[in-house]
Unconditional design. Structure first.
Lengths: 93, 447
């Protein structure tokens, strides 16, 4: 199974500058997929989730075009190849 | 990509580190502190609540507490005076899993005592204290405070529930103070293992009980390192002094236009001199009457005087936040503050005269002033024009007045002394409580 991660500019210092990261694995959930991402790029983790493992308030994670906020959070199941986008929320000033 | 302007600080320069809502700016000047280079923005787009330079133990490391709106708080380190910064792959300041809390913001980074060169403290939101024993590489939660029975009842103020001030006592080993909004002042005598609340005498204007044991909305506390029993406190309404290391507090709002305010800075060489910027009220957080006035006491709060020369005295509805003012350690001391409207003002003469040293910045959150290297080795040049005038006066006037000698002689000596021995030995030597009168006069003359 192939997961493609899309990385926002702010986090690319932790993916060797890569805006797109493709990983092979067998993640059952979004949480598993993200764990796979930080296994390869550990610096991404603490920017996307808090020290308690919750996705930060103003970070959105999408599987395809669906925000995981509405599909079960990090427990959202994955079925086959997918795109996972990490996107800063439209917030701030 | 935002371009960052770099500055090149040298040994003996003064740097003013300015944290804003949109990044950090680093200002530098030579010891005259008349002309300033402005560098930045660093961490463009991030709010910077904490900045510090640690020069102990042969190290020269700068720290910045940043926070992007999206990706959380980050502790940055620089070993080249802010030219380049790095953060660690694994966030260095983090609550342990069993604490159940999530770090929201780093409010304060403070180097520990001189004889513990690897030690640093950091105050955060939600209110907690962290310490590092390896110059900021790794940090651990100070459990003694986290487990304090009061903690569940601390309430967030307007800026959030934050531990914003940390004072490691330079004289009494193991003693330290923290200030929490809203919780108040807490003191440890055993290096942080246990903490006692120290709010007696400080009122809580916004509570039905005006003098609760804790819950005070403290905005800033300061202490002179050589006179550690005395503390000053700027409260959310109320201006206080303690002479017993916080056991009791006395109101010292004598002659200020408002006892509401945030910022407070201690003079580096005089334990009786403190600076504040009074603010109209909690409902109207602006300088009273549209005048930007720093108030200074030189007698430990018995009286306060406005300092206005060079500061706008009309249409200046400014605000200076709790960490928005600081002093450098040269002699005479430089005093600096930054405003909500993005201006930074500096005074190279202890507050006598001011000028804008940076303008047009984003709203200023914190200001830290540091001397690169040993301040005792830095000779402050006298302003050329002023000294020429003073010399002219000194020649012309002595015979004009009836008793000029008593006045003019000590002044000449004082200025000579200041010239030949920068900062003399007042800076680091613990001194007894200054006698009233003669010393106060001498102090005025040297400034």
């Amino acid at each position: 199974m192939r997961v493609v991660f899309f990385i926002p500019g702010f986090l690319r210092q932790w993916t060797d500058g890569e805006p797109r990261v493709e990983l092979e694995g067998r993640p059952a959930t979004v949480g598993d997929a993200l764990a796979l991402l930080w296994k390869h790029y550990p610096g991404v983790r603490d920017r996307v989730v808090t020290e308690q493992g919750n996705v930060r308030q103003h970070v959105n994670v999408f599987v395809g075009v669906e925000s995981i906020r509405f599909t079960g959070g990090l427990g959202t199941p994955l079925n086959g190849d997918c795109d996972v986008s990490i996107v800063p929320a439209v917030s701030g000033g | 990509m935002v371009a960052t302007r770099q500055i090149t600080p040298r040994e003996g320069d003064v740097m003013v580190l300015v944290g804003t809502t949109k990044g950090a700016f680093l200002l530098r000047s030579n010891a005259a502190r008349r002309r300033w280079d402005v560098g930045g923005p660093h961490f463009a787009g991030q709010s910077i609540y904490a900045l510090a330079l640690d020069q102990r133990g042969g190290r020269r490391r700068m720290y910045a507490g940043g926070s992007s709106d999206h990706f959380g708080p980050v502790l940055y380190l620089s070993d080249d005076l802010g030219a380049t910064w790095s953060d660690r792959e694994r966030a260095a300041v983090r609550f342990p899993e069993d604490a159940g809390a999530e770090l929201k913001r780093i409010w304060q980074i403070v180097p520990g005592r001189e004889d513990e060169p690897g030690k640093l403290y950091c105050g955060v939101e939600p209110a907690a204290l962290f310490e590092s024993g390896d110059a900021g590489e790794t940090w651990s939660l100070v459990r003694g405070l986290w487990d304090h029975p009061h903690r569940p009842q601390w309430q967030p103020g307007g800026g959030g529930l934050c531990l914003h001030t940390v004072i490691p006592d330079a004289v009494h080993r193991g003693r330290m103070f923290v200030a929490i909004s809203t919780g108040g002042v807490y003191r440890s005598n055993d290096g942080g293992a246990t903490w006692d609340v120290r709010n007696r005498g400080v009122r809580a204007e916004f509570m039905p009980d005006k003098h609760p044991e804790f819950g005070q909305w403290v905005h800033k506390i300061v202490q002179h390192p050589t006179f550690p029993e005395r503390l000053f406190l700027q409260n959310h309404w109320g201006l206080y002094r303690s002479e017993d290391a916080g056991d009791t507090w006395q109101d010292v709002a004598n002659g200020v236009p408002s006892d509401f305010g945030f910022a407070m800075a201690m003079h580096p060489h005089d334990p009786e001199t403190v600076y504040i910027v009074p603010i109209e009220s909690d409902g109207f957080r602006c300088t009273p009457e549209g005048k930007l006035r720093v108030y200074r006491t030189r007698d430990a709060g018995r009286t306060w005087e406005p300092l206005t020369r060079g500061l706008p005295q009309e249409n200046a509805l400014e605000l200076v936040l709790r960490d928005g003012m600081d002093a450098d350690e040269l002699n005479p001391a430089g005093i600096y503050f930054g405003t909500r409207s993005g201006k930074v003002f500096g005074s190279p003469d202890g507050g006598a005269s001011w000028s804008a040293i940076a303008e047009g910045l984003p709203p200023v959150i914190c200001v830290k002033a540091v001397v690169i290297g040993d301040p005792l080795k830095v000779r402050v040049p006298k302003p050329a024009r002023k000294s020429a005038k003073a010399a002219g006066r000194a020649k012309a006037k002595p015979r004009a007045k009836a008793k000029p000698r008593a006045k003019s002689k000590p002044r000449a000596k004082a200025s000579l002394r200041a010239k030949s021995k920068p900062r003399a030995k007042t800076a680091r030597r613990p001194k007894a409580k200054p006698a009233r009168g003669t010393k106060a006069k001498a102090r005025r003359k040297t400034r």
